[in-house]
Design a protein around this ligand. Sequence first.
Ligand code: SAH
Ligand code: MG
Length: 219
Amino acid sequence: MIVDERMRTFINSLDKGNTPFLEELEQEALISSVPIIRREMQSFIKVLLAMNKPQQILEVGTAVGFSTLLMCEYGQPEAHITTIENYEKRISIAKENFRKAGKEQNITLLEGDAGEILKTLDGTFDMIFMDAAKGQYIHWLPDVVRLLAPEGILVSDNVLQEGELIESHYLVERRNRTIYKRMREYLYELKHHPQLLTTILPLGDGVSVSIKKKNSNCL
Ligand code: SAH
Ligand code: MG
């Protein structure tokens, strides 16, 4: 846990919630243990969307389409979201959810491994939301930076791993060590990348927001 549980509960208790469709989708996802963005992250993304007004959004990690549809609902009406997922079982549920929400026109779902797909993409995105395999973020970064528009923002979820990231290497369970090491490298890279300006926030499971500089010295 990163943020005190009572603080989190208090902040989330003030939240007005989402549209009935999204509320239902969130419940379904939680019941079936699909790891969707948390309440506090949802409101953070809504504010970012209102501030930055991205037209072209890229999401890495669709799951069943909850965050995709949240961005559709609370983003610009004409915004387009390209989203990537490789888990077949979730892909079919996501497609069905996009259809039920009547948002198929605004969403392109790319099926397959994000690492492979990112290489083939071009064009520029005003916002990129990274929410997939945490150990891969560092490997995907060069393509992600290439795909980001000048002044575009990169939002990465789950970057503090429930707080485990600040534990000693020795206390981290062996199976989590690779992710731990790669996530530390990822955050270092985000903070030292010549084209990015990054802030790391202890919100939800940890989130970073990076903006791509227009040139390497200033914004
Ligand atoms: N953004 C979603 C939750 C995504 S959960 C929401 O908040 O509603 C992370 C998803 O990333 C999982 O469904 C998982 O199958 C997918 N994923 C993990 N590694 C991937 C990869 N290499 N390529 C594509 N999708 C991947
Ligand atoms: Mg996440």
